[in-house]
Design a protein. Sequence first.
Length: 358
Amino acid sequence: MSALIHHFVVHRLVLNQDDKIEAIPRNSCLTVTPEIELLAHQINHSFNAKPGKGVGHFVDSAPSEGDDAQPADVSEFAQGLTTYWKQRNEGEGDLEATFHAFSLSAASRLVKALADTGTVETGFLIFCQYEYLATQYLMVALLNTRAHVEVNQELELSSREHLDLARMQLAVRIDLTQWSVQPEQQRYISFIKGRMGRKVSDFFMQFIGCEELVDVKQQNKQLISSVDAYLASESLDPQEQHQHREQVKNYFKEKIDSGESLSVKELSGRLPADESTQSDFARFTESLETPLEKEIQPDPAALKQLAKFTGQGGGISVSFERKLMGERVFYDPATDTLTIRGIPPNLKDQLKRQSGMD
């Protein structure tokens, strides 16, 4: 991530002697060093790589540009962020001090919310405000640590702690630019849903004051299905379809790595079109019973759908590359039968051994 880090601060949530959550605050923002820039890049990369994220907006959201009064149902988090953002846009005051004060207020609110709900979550609460590709963002993440063992030049072992980015489950990224310019679109907040059910992440969204708008996973499924239907309608041979799916995969990867949204119009430019009839993928999606959104946040899990057919149930699990359909794998819908030619050697050995036993 070639980004400009404006402010970076970290506080810690711990269990005290009374088994209550309390915040250990840092007294100022960290000086932005190459190490901080690397950590910000790693956090952003881990966030982008997480599948199944949600998209939403602040409840009653637009930042105030005139009157300082805030609607009663705007979260304290959004109010504090509005104060910082307004001051930044006006170029007045000590922005670092204001951002630090905002982070302290947010940390205190998180501790109170944890106590009110009886939820126990500890770790390092990170606030990072940065600029990437002319867009301003705020990343908020609660990270735990993991022990690792180091070996020095004298071959002595020592144990240390590092931030466990791979297990990041509580994080949100706010597109501050879109929040300011197009708040009515209500999709400037993206967040990790988590794999353990929605209880914890729902609580974190409550702390932020975020309301989910769209189901990113479902949107990506619809997009992939639309690509399949469009390629089928173009009467392409299997090799051509595979090549175009590779183009779609590459586009997905580009957007996932950059943290940007997919554009149906941009994607349409990478798929075949009929100039004589002015038919292309974008127009095809507009004719669907449920048209696609023009901008969709990419889900890393969708890459698997582009590359493979997978399914499981009833004790059977099957997975194979899409390009093998019609070459080594054949499906007969009339008999609901899947035929595989050229079984993998390790599976073939197991089947032969079992046949010998029988």
